[in-house]
Ligand binder design. Sequence first.
Ligand SMILES: Cc1ncc(C[n+]2csc(CCOP(=O)(O)OP(=O)(O)O)c2C)c(N)n1
Length: 665
Amino acid sequence: MSLLKTIHGPSDLKRMSPNQFPELCQEIREQIISTVSNVGGHLASNLGVVELTVALHYLLDTPKDKIVWDTSNQAYAHKLLTGRREQFHTLRQYGGLSGFCKREESVYDTFNAGHAGTGVSAAVGMVEARDQLGQTHKVVCVVGDGALTAGMTLEGMHHAGGLKKDCLVILNDNQMSISKNVGAISAYLNRTFTGEFYTRVKEEARHFLRAIPHIGEEMQKMVHRAEELAKGLILPGLLFEELGFRYVGPIDGHNFEHLLPTLENVLKLKGPTLLHVITKKGLGYEPAMKNPVWFHACPAFVRDTGEPAKKPPRPSYTAIAVNTLMNLARQDRRIVAITAAMCEGTGLNAFEKEFPDRLYDVGIAEQHAVTFAAGLAAQGMRPVVAIYATFLQRAYDQVVHDVAIQNLPVTFCIDRGGLVAEDGTTHHGAFDYACLRHVPNMVVMAPKDENELQHMIKTCLNHEGPASVRYPRGTSLGVTMDPEPVALPIGKGELLRDGTDVAIVAIGVTVWQAVEAAKRLAQEGISAAVVNARFVKPLDGALVGEVAKRVRCLVTVEEGAKMGGFGSAVLEALSDQGITNLPTKVLGLPDWYIEQGPQDLLREKYGLTAEGIYQSVKALLAQLSSQSTAGPVPYDQTQLRPHHGYGLTVSVRETTKHVGDDQGS
Ligand SMILES: Cc1ncc(C[n+]2csc(CCOP(=O)(O)OP(=O)(O)O)c2C)c(N)n1
């Protein structure tokens, strides 16, 4: 009889005997491994926190007591124990469970996350709310050693230490961010448990798999050994004590004999407390233990071998970008690359291999990454910040205040621009065009394909000021590559097709979709011009204006938020040129948060495919013909459509077939 199947919520867990927990954990691991092998996800982090999650839900009175999971990429066991086991197979899929905590998904999810380092601040807010409201529940934040390097975590601890309110921070220390954790804080944590204790925990973990058939017996031995070792090894966490936290630990996060009594005791302590728990990423699945970096956030894989289920047919945009960067770095000693804990994701691990002393992994510290780049640029270097669009959001002020005002030559390689699929709402790169295009001095580019990408990277590095190039998640198109990257003229778009009925002005990955749409329109006798804008800023207003003058209407396309984005730039350019009577339509992401789902599906849903563009052009032309007989076109109601996710009940008027509900949560 499965133990996990008997758990419909934490109260069922409380009815169990702790003796059953090792078996339960084994079942939880099984469930996580089999689901993630099908749908992909954050495997290694989740396998590392199974015991900790069971212990927390056993001892706390959730949902009255609050658990805040920092980043919340490690909340799968939490989901399984809080009534979501039956939906677990839908994890990270369109309409399914989120891979992160979502308040709209469960009362047990106390705070939405996806970006690292927000947990402590949110927990401190909850502590204050509790006290302000005269409540008595407990607030516990689980934060990883990677997220501990985020400035926000330290800001939160700094505040909490000063407030002196009851609050427990659990440091889930697996010595890994996505890759090996870096920097002085990580080195500090290392020193706290160097030597036997940590080595032993690792040893125990290694034997874990072998131990499973004889759980009881082996566990007892492990407990005994760990207890022996722990004696006298509990070193003060000076750093945390100085920040006003009582430090307890380190303890073995896979050992219930330690976890349960220690947690029970620290939950009774007054004031801010930090419990240091040592865990092992990937525990319970050998391939993930061997390669926790790949299994941090992996695609679907073959369970028996740990190999990816599918191999991409062509290199990714990321790989092309980094190859270009390496090519240019060979010729220019001033080029250095910076990542904020995303060496693998941004492809910079290849750069690091060739230029180990020209790659900086600054930890989860996007703000620092950007200002650090500004400092390098101020002294004559050519820094390249490779960063996901979504994480650049955190460094907005640094882009403006530290880079752009001083017109410093920092290159931003903005990866995962646009829709990113399964990671969903917190990870889509929706706002970068809008965030960057109003920043004076900034050049904002997006290539139509990988060949243009290499030229744009060269353009950035040639430019004597800040410049960005944004490219999507996924496989490149397979176009022929020019032998060498060449700098493009800044602010010049290209006219890919001329036409007289409609102008489709597109940017980035939407350009080829626009060309496809134009071909289809041509079959119906509709003559469509297609402009590849290349630059969101400086926009080629002259080209747009010239084409606009010979068509009857104009459509813009971008894979980004419509508000203040590329389409807005085109409309402003038309208005600046006095072209005010041309019917227009802006295609892009609407004013609500986009749900998780496959890129193709979301592109279709939001009308950003060739078919969607074709339909929008036809609708606009139809409006034009009806307008000539029936007066002005009414204001597009889709602009008014309210946010429809997150449990809010609102009435929705569907006005086009390409926008729809935010059903992801
Ligand atoms: C602001 C931000 N930058 C980068 C990331 C990408 N990221 C996701 S998880 C992770 C590592 C987190 O490490 P840690 O906090 O130790 O948690 P673990 O996964 O090891 O449990 C990183 C860098 C992110 N989510 N948020």
